[in-house]
Design a protein around this ligand. Structure first.
Ligand code: NCD
Length: 323
């Protein structure tokens, strides 16, 4: 039996980032502080660095992704890395090559970091267990299980706009059962000490009762919204619902869609988040998505900064181990 993955090294620095489970809140705060240094005002030139000069990052995405993949690619490029993007599904699996052969092939081409998105639970960790000593693995989203950089960028967004985490009520709404974004948000925000996490979903989209420890569950959106500081909307994960009862989109939208009238039940200064891609008119109206309380584009900007922070941290930890 393989040992559970150790994603931090002996000095508590990240070697891999596969999950936020067990990740220390101090380390999360350090990554947020590092990410803030990479942010700039819209219209300014992007911040660059050379922390990854000489490194090669391979993005292996076997599920569709525009923003996460572009975000990792820009983060690596802006830190001076060489980047290669591979659609694993189209290349190796179709030819019958196992994923680990693809990894070894790329390792032989001097890849130092693999960013992996896959629909199969366990793949990211299994690759991390098998790569060479000098190679790191970062999850770009694993099945419904975890999306660690998304959890961190969401935490950063909340920290920026709310000034911290104490006393905050965060309401997560929608297809929580199939959402890696919600699971990673739960990990991050619980570790960072928010006051209350609320889950709002119809029965078929609620996670199992043993999951999301400490969260309060609501079937009524209006009740779950009352007094919330942060409203995090989620996309219906149609690709993961296969086999279960089909959701009536019109009905869903009526009960769980975020409209301006409904948003008025949250705190006046509540912020609205969505990881994208959005189904406008289903889980959120355009009026809210593009309105003054929406921080959706801020999340995207923070995503690149957070991925730069994670990459720079991993590179620094590797240099420390090597010296
Ligand atoms: C999410 C994902 O792929 O997990 N999007 C993202 O990473 N920005 C959410 C989703 O697909 O609904």
């Amino acid at each position: 039996m393989t040992q559970p993955l150790q994603q931090v090294d002996a000095s508590g620095r990240l070697r891999h980032l596969v999950t936020l489970d067990g990740l220390d809140a101090g380390l999360m705060r350090e990554l947020m502080a590092r990410a803030r240094a990479y942010l700039c005002q819209p219209g300014q030139l992007a911040v660059h660095g050379d922390d990854l000069r000489g490194w090669t990052v391979a993005n292996l995405f076997s599920e569709p992704s525009t923003r996460t993949r572009a975000s990792f690619e820009l983060a690596a490029l802006r830190l001076g890395a060489d980047v290669v993007n591979l659609d694993v599904m189209l290349s190796s699996r179709v030819k019958g090559e196992s994923i680990i052969d693809t990894i070894y092939t790329l390792e032989a081409m001097q890849v130092n970091v693999f960013v992996i998105r896959d629909a199969q639970p366990g793949i990211v960790e299994s690759v991390a267990q098998q790569v060479g000593e000098h190679v790191s693995v970062i999850s770009g989203g694993e099945a419904h299980i975890s999306h660690p950089t998304q959890g961190l960028l969401d935490a950063l967004t909340i920290q920026q706009l709310k000034g911290g985490f104490d006393n905050l009520t965060v309401t997560v709404v929608g297809d929580i059962r199939h959402s890696r974004v919600a699971r990673s948000a739960h990990r991050a925000l619980t570790a960072l000490g928010i006051a209350e996490l609320r889950l709002v979903a119809p029965e078929e989209m609620m996670p199992e009762s043993h999951e999301f420890q400490g969260a309060r569950r609501f079937s009524s959106f209006d009740e779950g919204l009352a007094g919330a500081d942060v409203v995090m909307m989620l996309r219906i994960q149609k690709e993961r619902i296969a086999g279960s009862v089909p959701t009536d989109i019109g009905r869903y939208s009526e009960h769980y869609g975020l409209t301006a009238a409904r948003l008025a039940r949250a705190k006046r200064d509540a912020i609205v988040m969505h990881p994208g891609p959005m189904n406008r008119g289903v889980e959120i109206t355009s009026e809210v998505a593009d309105g003054p309380q929406s921080v959706i584009r801020r999340q995207v900007a923070n995503g690149v900064a957070m991925r730069m922070a994670v990459l720079a941290h991993i590179a620094e930890a590797r240099r420390r181990r090597a010296s």
